[in-house]
Ligand binder design. Sequence first.
Ligand SMILES: *[C@@H]1O[C@H](CO)[C@@H](O)[C@H](O)[C@H]1NC(C)=O
Ligand SMILES: *[C@@H]1O[C@H](CO)[C@@H](O)[C@H](O)[C@H]1NC(C)=O
Ligand SMILES: *[C@@H]1O[C@H](CO)[C@@H](O)[C@H](O)[C@H]1NC(C)=O
Ligand SMILES: *[C@@H]1O[C@H](CO)[C@@H](O)[C@H](O)[C@H]1NC(C)=O
Length: 481
Amino acid sequence: MLPSTAMAFHVFLIAALLLLPLPAAFSKAVRTQSLLANPLSPDPITQEQQLSLAAPRTNASTLHFRLAHREHFALNATASDLLAHLLARDAARAAALLAAPNNATRPRRRGGFAAPLLSGLPQGSGEYFAQVGVGTPATTALMVLDTGSDVVWLQCAPCRHCYAQSGRVFDPRRSRSYAAVDCVAPICRRLDSAGCDRRRNSCLYQVAYGDGSVTAGDFASETLTFARGARVQRVAIGCGHDNEGLFIAASGLLGLGRGRLSFPSQIARSFGRSFSYCLVDRTSSVRPSSTRSSTVTFGAGAVAAAAGASFTPMGRNPRMATFYYVHLLGFSVGGARVKGVSQSDLRLNPTTGRGGVILDSGTSVTRLARPVYEAVRDAFRAAAVGLRVSPGGFSLFDTCYNLSGRRVVKVPTVSMHLAGGASVALPPENYLIPVDTSGTFCFAMAGTDGGVSIIGNIQQQGFRVVFDGDAQRVGFVPKSC
Ligand SMILES: *[C@@H]1O[C@H](CO)[C@@H](O)[C@H](O)[C@H]1NC(C)=O
Ligand SMILES: *[C@@H]1O[C@H](CO)[C@@H](O)[C@H](O)[C@H]1NC(C)=O
Ligand SMILES: *[C@@H]1O[C@H](CO)[C@@H](O)[C@H](O)[C@H]1NC(C)=O
Ligand SMILES: *[C@@H]1O[C@H](CO)[C@@H](O)[C@H](O)[C@H]1NC(C)=O
C-alpha cells in the first residue's frame, strides 16, 4: 500500500491529466513512418535486370501471370531518363482520361468506321506488360495491361503498317484456332467502332487514340494461353493489320476495363468477373528481381488473395463504362484528417459524367481535383516540418525535399479514406519518390482541373488491388506483392 501523501499526489496527478487541456505539441503529434531514402541510381539498366515472365501458379480456376514494368525493356537508359519519359507519358494519358467523359458521344459513322474512340493514349496505355500465348500453336505476345480500355488487340501479319515490337508478329494464317467474327455477330455490334468487310462477311474493328494513332483490322475469335498450359478459348480480339503509334515493345493490349469487350468481362463465364494485381516498386531503389515481380491473377485466386482486404464499393459512370470508379472521401496526413476536402470536388455527376475518382493501372501519378490536392499537400507540408525543402519543385511536382546524405528519414504518414470504411495507409515510397541521383524526393501527387481524379499506380504499389466484379467492390491488401 502506498503512503497517503504519495497516494494523494497520484490522485492529483491523474486528475490534473484528465482535467487540464493537453499541451498543443502533444495533441498534434504527427504520426510518422520511415522512408528508406535511396536516390535514383545513376547506372543504366542492363540485360541482367530484365525480368523472367514465367508464371508459377496457374490452374483450371485461376490464371496467374507475371508483369514487367515497361522500363525493363529500356536497355541502357538511366533511372532519370526513365522518370522523364514516364512523366511525359503520364501527362499524355492523364489528359486523355480527363478528356474522355467529355468526348463520350455516340460515334459518327464514316465509311464503315465510326469516329475515333478515346480510350487512352498509346504512349501512356498501361505501364505493365505480360506475356500471353496467342493462337494454336501459340505465338508468344507481350501485351500491355490496361484498366483504362476494353478492346483486346495485337498486331497481325500481314502488316499494312506495324510498329517495331519485341518478338514475332502473330500470323493468323498459321493458327488453327483463329476464326473471323461475322458482321451480324452480337459481339461485333458491341464494338463502339465496328465495320464490315461484306466480301468476306468479316467484322472489322478500329481503336483510335487521342493523338491520331490507330489500330485497325479484323475482329476475330482466338485462343489465348497462359503459362502452364491454361487455355482460354474464343476470346474476341482485334487482329490489327494497320497499327500506327508508339506502343513500344508490346505486341498489343489486353484491355482490363469494365466494358463488355474487356478481357475480364469475356472470361467471366469460366473464371468469374474478378481479377487482382500487385505492382511492385518500379524504381531502382527497390528494383524488382525475378522473385519479387508484379503479378496479375484472374478467377478464384484473385479473390482468395484478398483475405484481410479493405473493401470499398466499385462505382460506375453510365457515360464511361470502361473505368473503375471508387468513392474517395478524404485523406489523413500525419494521423490527422485533412480539413477542407469538399465532397463536391470528388463526387461523380452521373448526369454529366464529370467528376468522380477512377482507379487506373496505366496512370502513374495520382491526380486530385485541385482544391483537394492543395488541402492534402498543405497538410503534408505542415506535417513535414523536419524535412529540408528543395525549392522549385520538379516537373509536375510542387513539393520536394532535399534528403541528400540521409538514409532513413521519418516522414508523415498518408492514408486515403474510401466509402464503406476502407482506409488505405500508404507506404512512404508511394508518396515520396526520388526524382534524381542527388537525393531530391517529391510528394508524388498532383492537382488537376479536369473534373475526374485518378488514383495512379505509384500510390497502388505494394498493395494487391482486387477488382471484385462479382461483388462490385474494390479491395486493397497491404504488403502483399
Ligand atoms: C547498351 O550498351 C552496350 C554497351 O555500351 C551496347 O553493346 C548495347 O548494344 C547497348 N544496347 C542497346 C539496346 O542500346
Ligand atoms: C475531346 O474533348 C476536348 C474538350 O471537350 C477537346 O478539346 C478535344 O479535342 C476532344 N478530343 C477528341 C479526340 O475529340
Ligand atoms: C488455383 O490456384 C489458386 C491460387 O493461385 C488457388 O486459390 C486455388 O485453390 C487453385 N485451384 C485449384 C483447383 O487448384
Ligand atoms: C541538398 O543538401 C546538401 C547539403 O546536405 C547540399 O550540398 C546540396 O547542394 C543540396 N541539394 C540541392 C539540390 O539543393
